[in-house]
Design a protein around this ligand. Sequence first.
Ligand code: ATP
Length: 457
Amino acid sequence: MPAPNMDVVVSLAKRRGFVFPSSEIYGGMGGFWDYGPLGVELKNNLKAAWWRSMVQLRDDIVGLDAAIVMNPRVWEVSGHVAGFSDPMVDCRNCKLRFRAEDLKGPPSEIACPNCGQRGTLTEPRKFNLMFKTHVGPVEDTASVAYLRPETAQGIFVNFDNVATVTRRKLPFGIAQVGKSFRNEITPGNFIFRDREFEQMEMEFFVHPLDEDKWFAYWVAERLRWWTDAVGVASDRLRLRPHDADELSHYSKQTTDIEYAFPMGWSELEGVADRTDYDLTAHSRGSGKSLTYFDEAAGDHVTPYVIEPAMGVDRGVLTMLFDAYEEQQLEREKRVVLHLKPLLAPVKVAVLPLLRNRPELVEIARRLAGDLRAALHAMYDDTASIGKLYRRQDEIGTPFCVTVDVDSLTDGAATIRERDSMTQERVALAQISGRIQDLVAGSAWTGTARPDEAAGDA
Ligand code: ATP
């Protein structure tokens, strides 16, 4: 199925309450976004899926939640104050600033992408991406602090704390989900490049001799997660190893997992081999030895680090693109988000076929209440049944339960599945259990109704 363009996804996200521009009533703020009622559910579900696969289902990774603002020494020692910068080019004519890597040629030869003037672009200059703030009442150089540009440093500075309390032996990992901030010069492509965003990073500490083995393992494992756990189409994902000249200051080898976004293949997640760069730097900087006693060698070694790091917002954008489909039914068009049930914002919607029949409304409301005790369910009777189905399809709700006149006599209701639009008739007392099983992955056994192709009117 063809991928939608950016405008279609931005418009769906706004219209249905996934993502709004931040402080929109004041004109918004470039690079900042707010997640609406459905967006926050989708994002939370993605984070929960990552946490489950990285922390809860493994016995070699534990979690952490470190502060966003840390002692500024962390960022000096980590190399971010000196090295976390993008080469930028200014146009002397229109005064706009561009990332050098986004320009299609050397500044001396090409025209400004904004005003079209030639010979007006400066040579690239380094621009630090960290947001600065002040801690305490006095705004002087001694009070400068930074909003973290990556969550990873919170993990490195806690390496000793976590290793001690958990009594871990190598290899083991520490995972963290949290906000990061980068003063990106060219935020854009909706929630792809933001100034405030969320990351899910895991630092996996290994014996230096095992570096390559674990790097290959995490590249393969993370790619598998995107297809198997999130359901992203494998032909829209690819691996791209970094060239030597694009590696971050801390990395020896990096492979990006890229998605075929409408603006071209772009990074969704990066797996980096950070070697012993960070732990060695913090050992030196803090005077505290961040090493591990290797019993086989009878000596202290500094672990190497393999880091899978992804952006939650890019993950949400990927899910919206990848799940989106427009289908032409016999009588109408339907938009459907083929999200995995576990990731869908709403798992089930209960709909009375006739909203002017109090007996049906009562059964439907009771059912919705039962379902809500177990998962995210909603009740809706504000339109005709065909319209209600369309609304749920468009937000990716995998199951609808329809209470009809027959429910009054047969004590059952119809479960309708989003992708096939087929139906199962299930006793009211069993609906909640059946929906929970289906969301957890039980096989669907629905049958088609004769008028399905017409759009379950
Ligand atoms: P890019 O090359 O796109 O700037 P990066 O290589 O600097 O990204 P990393 O430092 O490897 O990114 O960060 C890990 C992940 O965090 C990225 O794969 C991406 O998903 C996410 N990320 C990084 N910067 C941003 C941003 N400005 N907005 C949203 N997500 C981001």
